[in-house]
Ligand binder design. Structure first.
Ligand code: URA
Ligand code: SF4
Length: 226
């Protein structure tokens, strides 16, 4: 396998064989030992997706934050609390969904006194290195609807030119035409903003309402696929 120019092989080198990769628990166990890119060095642990393998709806965020990195679970910090509320308001039961991230290790810088870890947005190289885990999760679960939460998830799932702001709240075919695999059925992807963007918005109420409206589009797409 070609090595990335940072000398790391990417997640693909750590994936189980095709047969074992159909099993979500096997994937999770393998991902715990991933050294596919430099992000594992500073982070506490791999934060793999969470939720039942039978989920029909999958949420994809960016990467674990500070609390997720400590606790080993996706979306358990402030963004996760907001997401839970938005799911409830959109009539979606989080227990029946699978929640994961485009990148499985926390990328951060230390502030001056080294006490606070400051989130760094993963770049395209991080996303590409980690994408085999996300692709394998989606194959193992085979959901009917995916929600991309924010730009990083959107680019990982739809390609680097994808702009969430242009297509948010629209039910799109996935995989997109250029990324279709012959053995892959077409499902629906709904892009929306990242819950952290709602927390940072000048008008939080408007931003929150927009998120809920987009999640309602996903809920309808799910109902239509049943
Ligand atoms: N933000 C994300 O994108 N994912 C998490 O798991 C937490 C915060
Ligand atoms: Fe592996 Fe992804 Fe972690 Fe990089 S971020 S070490 S590719 S799990």
């Amino acid at each position: 396998m070609a090595e990335d120019d940072n000398g790391y092989p990417g997640a693909r080198a750590y994936l189980p064989s095709a047969r074992d990769a159909a099993d979500l628990e096997g994937l999770r166990a393998a991902a715990m030992h991933c050294l596919g890119c430099p992000l594992h060095v500073g982070a506490t642990q791999t934060v793999f997706g969470s939720g039942p393998a039978t989920a029909r709806l999958v949420f994809v965020g960016e990467q674990p934050g500070d609390q997720e990195d400590r606790r080993g679970q996706p979306f358990v910090g402030p963004a996760g609390i907001l997401l839970n509320r938005a799911l409830r308001d959109a009539g979606i039961d989080r227990e029946q969904t699978y929640v994961t991230n485009a990148v499985k290790h926390f990328k951060f810088t230390q502030d001056g006194d080294g006490k606070r870890r400051i989130h760094q947005t993963p770049d395209q190289r991080d996303v590409v290195a980690c994408r085999p885990w996300l692709a394998a999760e989606l194959r193992a679960i085979d959901p009917d609807v995916i929600v991309a939460l924010g730009a990083t998830a959107g680019r990982s799932l739809m390609g680097n030119d994808f702009r969430v702001t242009r297509s948010r709240g629209v039910a799109l075919p996935w995989p997109p035409p250029g990324m279709a695999a012959p053995d892959r059925r077409q499902i629906v992807l709904v892009p929306t903003v990242h819950p952290s963007a709602v927390l940072r918005a000048d008008d939080r109420d408007v931003a929150y309402a927009g998120l809920v409206t987009d999640l309602e589009v996903a809920a309808r797409a799910l109902a239509e696929s049943a």
